[in-house]
Design a protein around this ligand. Structure first.
Ligand code: GDP
Ligand code: ZN
Length: 282
């Protein structure tokens, strides 16, 4: 395991005992092992959030921790599935972490037709950007958006996540990343995420698992919290436990009718709620 010290230098570290399971992004308490170059991790600082997925044995596996920004990537090609984007954003709201939507491969769509959907996300307060890992358009804006934060990049396969990350990195940072990935092999067979420092500040946590991350199904309450405009309107619903589907006096449905809540996002909410209820109540 690689450890970044407060002076930004990197050292190898071992883990004290069998119970501690630090993941990429963790902040830890560590001490130098007397007479050695290695450090010893003795404690993990409480996590602000975790990116998790169920593993083969049905246990929850933590892929990364302390994420400041979840960047959902959609692209001109493959045709965006905006429901998938809404699911990622719902997961971000529940982690919780800040989120943004990046539309990649803008070089393939000079007319920028998909940007009309982007504006629906901007309307509810998500930073949105159009970019191209190929032409370089919007890449500086993505770097500015990340700023000093630690980000992860998620989205459907083929949208250009790896390409975007590579474009954000300089060659020097990439070389460092390859070294730390190699060192992790064998010790962490399932989770080997790496922290990639960006040349202008901030970092991206990356691994195949992070890139392929698909949110687990949430409880009905979590689905409600996952749509910030619905969460903001629900206080005016007649019933405190309103699901905003068939209930009378529903402020959310009224807002959809009035056009202040985007109908497409509301449909995503109902679709996700439906998937959840098929699981049975939790
Ligand atoms: P990932 O599965 O999300 O990591 O996607 P990749 O980074 O592997 O990219 C998938 C394909 O899209 C590759 O063939 C890339 O060369 C291509 N690609 C990535 N970004 C862009 C872009 O901005 N414009 C165009 N035209 N192609 C891109
Ligand atoms: Zn309601």
């Amino acid at each position: 395991m690689r450890l970044r010290l407060p002076d930004d230098s990197h050292v190898d570290a071992r883990i004290k005992g069998k119970k501690l399971k630090p993941v990429c992004g963790d902040r830890v308490v560590a001490e130098r092992i007397p007479g050695e170059d290695d450090w010893l991790i003795t404690a993990i600082v409480d996590r602000a959030n975790e990116l998790t997925r169920p593993n083969m044995r049905g246990q929850v596996e933590v892929l990364a921790a302390n994420i400041d920004l979840l960047i959902v990537v959609a692209a001109i090609e493959p045709t965006p599935d905006w429901f998938v984007v809404d699911r990622y954003l719902s997961a971000a709201e529940n982690m919780p972490t800040a989120a943004a939507v990046v539309l990649n491969k803008i070089d393939l769509d000079p007319d920028a037709r998909a940007e009309t959907t982007l504006s629906e996300y901007a309307a509810v307060g998500y930073p949105t950007l159009a970019a191209s890992a190929v032409s370089g358009a919007g890449i500086a804006e993505v770097a500015n958006l990340i700023a000093a934060r630690t980000a992860i990049v998620v989205g459907q396969s083929g949208v250009g996540k790896s390409s975007l990350i590579n474009t954000l990195l300089d060659t020097e940072a990439r070389a460092t990343a390859e070294i730390s990935t190699k060192r992790d092999e064998g010790r962490h067979t399932t989770v080997n995420s790496v922290m990639l420092d960006l040349p202008g500040g901030g970092a991206v946590i990356d691994s195949p698992g992070v890139r392929d991350y698909a949110p687990a199904l949430e409880s009905a309450d979590a689905v409600g919290r996952g749509f910030r405009e619905i969460e903001a309107a629900r206080g005016d619903c007649r019933f405190a436990n309103c699901r905003h589907t068939r209930e009378p006096g529903c402020a959310v449905k009224a807002a959809v009718t009035a056009g202040t809540i985007c109908e497409r996002r509301y449909e995503s909410y109902k679709r996700l709620l439906n998937l959840t209820s098929r699981l049975g109540s939790r």
